[in-house]
Design a protein around this ligand. Structure first.
Ligand SMILES: [Zn+2]
Length: 447
């Protein structure tokens, strides 16, 4: 699908963008005046040799600047929780009933039957093409790693990461049920992850199960998992408590275990949905424990809305998301990411962080005020991924920017931003999205 930007930005080694707007919390220049009621400030941007040379007060830009007429400017987005290896299998393996168990079962069958290296690579690259065209600069993908898939998918990840290194920073974390870490494949996977420069990840349920009351062996499995990470000096990223069952209490145990074992790496927990249905005193204890352990949390609101609270024939009664506001108020780093795209865990999605922002704002009331939630798609995940210079508009950072015709959050969150301009190293890229038909040879066309 050919897309045309709302403004022409012909490349020059040195140029200015005038009359830009952005959330004040993303702009590394002070003072630019008092933010407006949506938290926005106005400024000019100097771009030189592919980098932001200066963020300057409005009116600084010389004649000949490209006039954004008050349009929003975003730093390139950072999508810290995705599943590029699962993406786009929907036409051949849809979720039969939209449930979590339906998702896990359909995905496992598809993986066992169809996930050759060529299949995984084609779908991963398709996802990255979408992300690139939408203005994303860094992606962390989870990799389904239950044997024998790890031996197939991790080499593909390394190939794709290297091929995309000058376009998108791609990181990978494993995902495998906790009980599999008690088998020899747990140690083998930890070695594969460490060798690949990856992140060790697990899902806090047992093979074939859902996220409910913790099994008796859970703490033992968790300690074994952490020791594998500690022994190899790798970071950790877990899928945690992805249900509305108040008995799903892995999060606090992860925090206690990390603290007790003195885990020193970066540690992120995704989903944490059940926190929203647990009693207040237990929530308070959990928030304290994860703050003490330095755990970052990533919420996946679109996937949560799709899977959580689903009972056929019954209207959903909750939005499925974790306690975003309370986590942030407790001083915990909170990111928001896209998660699955067109697979049994989420039937929709286009690797577009602007869509994630639009949906998350509505689902979790990240407005009134907008506050600094815009950092949850940019600066915070960049920090958790260890990517200095990403996620902020500041002098010296790469001129990797997303320019919108929308001038206000209200305009941006109300209308599709298909005419966005994406700058990479100061150059406007082709923002056309890949045609789904290129995957037909792997997926098969819809019947
Ligand atoms: Zn996930």
């Amino acid at each position: 699908m050919k897309r045309t930007g709302f403004v022409d930005v012909p490349y020059r080694p040195h140029y200015w963008l005038s009359d830009a707007r952005s959330q004040a919390c993303l702009v590394g220049h002070d003072p630019l005046g008092k933010p407006d009621f949506e938290g926005l400030v106005r400024f000019d941007v100097e771009i030189k040799d592919g980098r932001i040379a200066a963020i300057a007060p409005l009116g600084t830009a010389p004649a000949g600047a490209i006039d954004l007429k008050g349009g929003l400017v975003w730093p390139g987005f950072v999508d810290i929780h995705t599943h590029l290896d699962k993406g786009h299998i929907w036409p051949r393996s849809p979720n039969p009933d939209g449930s979590f168990l339906g998702a896990a079962t359909a995905t496992a069958s598809d993986r066992k039957a169809r996930w050759t290296a060529a299949d995984v690579q084609a779908r991963m690259e398709f996802g990255l093409q979408c992300a690139w065209a939408q203005g994303t600069v860094a992606v962390r993908t989870h990799i389904d790693s239950l044997a024998p898939q790890a031996e197939i998918s991790w080499p593909v990840f390394k190939t794709v990461r290297d091929a995309w290194a000058d376009r998108i920073d791609v990181q990978a974390a494993s995902i495998m049920p906790m009980d599999a870490f008690a088998e020899p494949q747990g140690e083998q996977l930890a070695d594969i992850v460490a060798d690949a420069g990856g992140i060790l990840g697990a899902v806090t349920r047992l093979t074939g199960g859902v996220h409910d009351a913790l099994p008796a062996e859970f703490l033992e499995l968790l300690e074994r998992f952490f020791r594998l990470a500690i022994d190899r000096g790798v970071d950790v990223d877990l899928h945690v408590d992805e249900s509305g069952d108040s008995g799903a209490k892995a999060l606090i145990e992860i925090a206690r275990t990390a603290t007790r074992l003195g885990f020193k790496g970066r540690l992120q927990c995704g989903h944490c949905c059940s926190l929203a249905v647990q009693p207040d005193d237990f929530v308070d204890a959990t928030l304290r424990a994860i703050a003490d352990a330095g755990i970052a949390v990533v919420s996946l609101p679109m996937c949560n809305m799709y899977l959580q609270g689903r009972n056929t024939g019954r209207t959903p009664r909750w939005r499925g998301v974790t306690l975003l506001h309370e986590l942030k108020d407790a001083g915990i780093e909170v990111s928001i990411a896209s998660d699955n795209c067109r697979d049994p865990f989420y039937a929709f999605g286009d690797h577009d962080m602007l869509e994630v922002m639009t949906q998350a704002t509505r689902i979790a009331h990240l407005d009134h005020p907008f506050g600094d939630w815009s950092r949850a798609y940019t600066a915070i995940p960049a920090s958790v991924m260890g990517l200095p210079g990403r996620g902020l508009l500041k002098a010296g950072a790469p001129a990797d920017l997303v320019l919108l015709s929308a001038r206000y959050m209200s305009e941006m969150l109300s209308r599709n931003q298909a005419d966005r301009v994406v700058l990479r190293d100061g150059r406007a890229i082709d923002t056309s999205l890949p045609d789904y038909r290129v995957l037909d040879q792997h997926i098969g066309a819809n019947p």
